[in-house]
Design a protein around this ligand. Structure first.
Ligand code: ADP
Ligand code: MG
Length: 238
């Protein structure tokens, strides 16, 4: 098999697993596996089943860590109190594990809980949203916007059809109002726009290669002065 065919086939296997279970979306850790196959950097993480495994994994990753609910029935994890960030000690890991389980059982009593995702806490950076969708007429489309109020309040997003060049991806980033911040406001270091442009193009590649993917949502992708990391991701299937 050619390298490109191997990439598609590995990603396809992940999608098929979800489809066989009758699911319409990939959970965070599954979505991130696909991002990784397409060279979009993601958090180091592992799914664990109990407090003991959670503390062992946290120590292996190194503090601070983030704990998140992992369920095929919960799309928006924070809505149910399913995300705890900035965990600094093993004791806090145990508490977060119990709190998340309790919150999920209260908020979504019928949800099937697969476990808890323990992941590295990504250092502070620019939180942006990178997305992919499919236009019925024109095919794969990529989306970019700065996170928080820029997208939610100002609807400050830009779109391009795939395929797009690196320059076109940079242009797409440049036409949002949030771009002023990314360039480095006051004493902040500028964002790594090349790494961001690459991530946008790779989201388009996933849309192009996997026809059963309806939508991709990386929210947030955290952009540093060098490199990017996907802290959360969701893939919807058609
Ligand atoms: P939701 O399913 O609610 O979108 P997220 O996984 O996006 O849950 O987590 C909520 C917020 O927590 C994110 O928008 C981000 O600000 C922060 N966050 C999540 N994971 C990490 C991480 N690994 N490192 C740093 N911040 C994170
Ligand atoms: Mg999110």
């Amino acid at each position: 098999m050619k390298p490109q065919d191997q990439v598609v086939s590995r990603a396809h296997t992940i999608v098929e697993t979800a489809r066989k279970e009758g699911r319409k979306f990939l959970m965070e850790y599954e979505s991130k596996k696909i991002l990784k196959i397409y060279e979009i950097p993601t958090t180091q993480e592992r799914l664990v089943l109990n407090e003991g495994e959670a503390t062992a994994m946290a120590q292996e990753i190194g503090f601070p860590v983030v704990l998140k609910i992992c369920s095929p029935n919960i799309v928006h994890k924070s809505d149910v109190g399913g995300v705890v960030v900035g965990i600094e000690t093993s004791e806090e890991v145990r508490k977060a594990f119990r709190d998340i389980m309790k919150n999920a059982n209260l908020g979504r009593p019928k949800a099937k809980i697969l476990g808890i995702l323990v992941q590295e806490m990504v250092p502070k950076g620019y939180e942006v949203i990178v997305g992919g969708l499919r236009d019925a007429q024109f095919g794969p489309v990529v989306m970019f916007g700065l996170g928080g109020v820029f997208v939610e309040l100002l609807e400050d997003v830009s779109f391009r059809l795939y395929p797009l060049s690196k320059d076109e991806a940079l242009e797409m980033i440049g036409e949002t109002k949030g771009f002023k911040l990314l360039k480095g406001f006051r004493n902040e270091k500028p964002a790594d726009l090349n790494a961001l442009a690459k991530a946008i193009i790779n989201v388009g590649r996933i849309m192009m290669d996997l026809s059963e993917v309806k939508e991709i949502d990386i929210n947030p992708l955290i952009v540093h002065d060098v490199g990017v990391v996907a802290a959360d991701a969701r893939i919807l299937l058609s």
